[in-house]
Design a protein around this ligand. Structure first.
Ligand SMILES: [Zn+2]
Length: 145
């Protein structure tokens, strides 16, 4: 048993390749073999052209914050100790948007357009979660300029 008490992703036939890649510390998304678009969340057909042909394709892991929320109420008891905590949406360079957390940015420093890059958090022996940190080269919030 691990001590990780928070909700874990539900692994399905559609998304298991995504989670297996994350466990290897790789971010990989479905790329449509017909129109070339990346998509997320995983789905059997392309939402743009409806093709069912695709390949799991590594992506950069770089993106920008497009929106975020800060939770002040513990909707999950396992998050009660972290109130207030944030959830961000990151738009990857390849287009798709992921919902995640930032590991190194205080709530009050989160902003739209913040450049970030993926990091991998092995929360249990079986499950790794993708999170994001400030992209290298981005000045830190507390750093003197
Ligand atoms: Zn397509």
């Amino acid at each position: 048993m691990s001590g990780y008490a928070k909700p874990l992703p539900r692994i399905t036939p559609d998304n298991q390749d995504f989670w297996e890649a994350v466990r290897r510390h790789e971010l990989s998304l479905q790329r449509c073999a017909a129109c070339g678009r990346f998509r997320y969340p995983p789905s059997p057909v392309c939402p743009d052209c409806l093709s069912d042909r695709f390949a799991w394709t590594p992506v950069s892991g770089r993106g920008t914050v497009t929106t975020w929320v800060v939770f002040h109420k513990p909707y999950f008891p396992s998050f009660a100790d972290e109130i207030p905590y944030h959830v961000v949406q990151v738009e990857l360079e390849e287009g798709p948007r992921l919902t995640a957390n930032l590991v190194d940015v205080p709530n009050e420093k989160i902003r739209v357009g913040l450049p970030v890059e993926v990091v991998f958090d092995d929360v249990t022996p079986e499950v790794t979660l993708p999170r994001f940190r400030r992209a290298r080269g981005e000045p830190g919030p507390g750093r003197a300029s």
